[in-house]
Design a protein around this ligand. Structure first.
Ligand SMILES: *[C@@H]1O[C@H](CO)[C@@H](O)[C@H](O)[C@H]1NC(C)=O
Ligand SMILES: *[C@@H]1O[C@H](CO)[C@@H](O)[C@H](O)[C@H]1NC(C)=O
Ligand SMILES: *[C@@H]1O[C@H](CO)[C@@H](O)[C@H](O)[C@H]1NC(C)=O
Ligand SMILES: *[C@@H]1O[C@H](CO)[C@@H](O)[C@H](O)[C@H]1NC(C)=O
Ligand SMILES: *[C@@H]1O[C@H](CO)[C@@H](O)[C@H](O)[C@H]1NC(C)=O
Length: 405
């Protein structure tokens, strides 16, 4: 996670269409920004000295819009792409993390900010999980042809065994699979929560051989072997609701059949978002080192997406290399589309990278995004703390439910 951002823009370059635009029909909310248009800004340019609060919007376009750096992003968007605000609450960061799309009910579940600005949660107060009904979203959008709509969300009443949810995936066997950060002395945990009333919960893991985790951050199910992989990092401590860390910040594997847990990767500054390719051979980890909670942001630390191979026998992550370094804040949650493109939440919205590491484009919101989720084909729901957005695009997501049963 990271903090809510006040956006500012810099004016540096003009829009360069030309060759790029001639290849496809450009959606009305898209702006093409060729890298050659800003490669040289000149000695007196307004360079950015803060990646979190000074965002890169050289065309000074009003968000939300699609910022296109590479023509492949136009294929992801499709000709009739749109992006609209679907819910908002300016006093409450209700839409932070842990998104899960549940196809049987056409609902998206998500958690509020845990311990950060406008989260209404702290050492004394748990965060909350809510859901939004996508049929209601579609109905509201069709009534109002343009501009924002505000579809009511519904808060779940969860058991006290769910404390400070920060990550989630699934649906896994008709449940949400949560990674919680814990609160005070209450332990971080992996928890299943029924996707239907009464939203009953079952804790699967709350310790490492008797030791509490630091504050669990994010989770995915391996698409072929069905093991759970989750990250652990000190944002609970940095947000004042967990004790000082007593273990390194690392990535774990949990076997749902035996309940055995082991470490599969370490050496990150702050391991955060995680995602597997559908073949399960490749894994991405976001390192949010540059976002330091009460220690402040530090631009010399990682804001980096890493890519690794998954060892077929041990499942240890090996051959770590850089996929991309983020220009705006840090990369947080990660999702993949069916073509293998990598979507990550950043200080300016959701950024999309090709598997070769090229920054293809951004869902530019001018505000920070921790996570996003495909909610059925061609629908990307983006969580932006005090707002939620729906992008209707050509790309589709991948299954997050583990191996077929
Ligand atoms: C914003 O969220 C707070 C906390 O849940 C709630 O009391 C308030 O009614 C919400 N405001 C709007 C406009 O929905
Ligand atoms: C979602 O909203 C639609 C339209 O109002 C309604 O028919 C449906 O029952 C709702 N779904 C759930 C899970 O409540
Ligand atoms: C949560 O509990 C409140 C109060 O009992 C109730 O009004 C609300 O419908 C419940 N929410 C859900 C999603 O069941
Ligand atoms: C919820 O309760 C039902 C009925 O007892 C049970 O079948 C299901 O496994 C429970 N789900 C979770 C996630 O605890
Ligand atoms: C930023 O991080 C670097 C590397 O850990 C450290 O040397 C430096 O003191 C930090 N700067 C600030 C302002 O905290």
């Amino acid at each position: 996670m990271f903090q809510v951002i006040v956006s500012t823009c810099i004016a540096a370059a003009a829009i360069f269409t030309g060759a790029l635009a001639s290849l496809s029909i450009v959606p009305s909310q898209a702006v093409i920004v060729k890298p050659s248009s800003f490669a040289v800004m000149g000695p007196n340019a307004n360079f950015r000295n803060d990646s979190f609060n000074m965002l890169f919007n050289p065309t000074s376009t009003t968000p939300p819009f699609f910022q296109v750096f590479d023509e492949r992003f136009l294929t992801i968007l499709g000709e009739s792409a749109s992006i609209r605000e679907i819910a908002s609450n300016e006093t409450f960061a209700f839409a932070h993390e842990a998104p899960v799309y549940n196809p049987p009910t056409d609902e998206v579940f998500f958690s509020s900010n845990d311990g950060g600005p406008l989260g209404m949660s702290d050492l004394e107060h748990n965060n909350v999980i809510s859901k939004i009904n996508m049929s209601k979203v579609e109905a509201a959008l069709s009534v109002h042809a343009t501009g924002p709509v505000n579809v009511p969300i519904t808060q779940l009443n969860l058991s006290d065994s769910v404390q400070m949810t920060n990550g989630a995936t699934g649906p896994y066997k008709s449940s949400l699979l949560l990674a919680t950060s814990g609160r005070g002395s209450l332990p971080p945990s992996l928890v299943l929560v029924n996707t239907l009333p009464p939203y009953n919960a079952t804790v699967l893991l709350d310790n490492y051989y008797g030791r509490q985790f630091v504050s669990l951050n994010d989770i995915k199910v391996h698409p072929t072997n069905g093991k759970f992989f989750f990250t652990d990092v000190d944002y609970g401590f940095l947000n004042h609701f967990r004790p000082a860390p007593l273990m390194p910040f690392q990535v774990y594997r949990f076997d749902p059949d035996t309940s055995a847990v082991r470490v599969v990767a370490d050496g990150f500054n702050k391991p955060n978002g995680i995602a597997f390719t559908p073949d399960g051979n490749t894994v991405y980890i976001a390192d949010t080192g540059a976002s330091g909670g009460f220690m402040g942001n530090n631009g010399t630390l990682p804001a980096t997406l890493y890519v690794m191979d998954v060892d077929p026998v041990t499942n240890a992550f090996k051959n770590r290399r850089v996929l991309a370094y983020i220009d705006a804040g840090v990369p947080d949650g990660i999702q993949l589309d069916s073509e293998g493109n990598i979507y990550t939440g950043c200080a300016d919205g959701t950024e999309v990278f090709a598997p070769d590491g090229t920054l293809l484009g951004k869902f530019f919101l001018g505000m920070s995004t921790a996570e996003m989720i495909f909610a059925g084909d061609g629908r990307l729901v983006i969580l932006a703390e005090t707002k939620m957005y729906l992008a209707k695009i050509a790309a589709n997501g991948i299954s997050l439910s583990g191996p077929p049963v």
